[in-house]
Design a protein around this ligand. Structure first.
Ligand code: DGP
Length: 115
């Protein structure tokens, strides 16, 4: 999609600090890190979110790269959290499917009761 910031990162049209990349997947440092390790893992092809008829093989490939990102970033042993914010109530701000990989410190985020 021409106006999608993550499509532009996937196409190397705008810079990002790339953690890993292959023909279908790219992972890069979040511009606004919430923890010492904060990487975004995306398919290069545009899908709005995890519910956007993403081919199961591609979803599998995307999630299969989480462990590699964790290894590269040195959090495989200490642990990490993966998050895929989805839609308005999920507070998704960039509407290109992405998985946050967060670690390097104890997670401050706790689920609480709904408002
Ligand atoms: P979400 O709320 O799940 O849609 O998170 C989107 C994330 O994308 C947010 O943590 C900030 C990050 N982000 C937004 N624009 C850019 C960008 O241009 N470059 C990079 N590296 N990250 C971005």
């Amino acid at each position: 999609m021409s106006d999608c910031i993550f499509c532009k990162i996937a196409a190397h049209e705008i810079p990002a600090s790339i953690v890993l990349e292959d023909d279908e997947i790219i992972a890069f440092e979040d511009v606004n890190p919430q923890l010492p390790v904060h990487v975004l893992l995306i398919p290069k092809e545009h899908y709005a979110n995890v519910g956007d008829a993403v081919p199961p093989e591609l979803l599998g490939k995307l999630f299969s790269k989480v462990g590699e990102v964790a290894r590269i970033k040195g959090v495989e042993e200490s642990g990490y959290r993966i998050i895929a914010n989805t839609g308005e109530d999920g507070r998704q701000t960039v509407h290109h499917l992405h998985v946050h990989v967060l670690g390097g410190a104890q997670m401050p985020i706790r689920m609480g009761p709904a408002d």
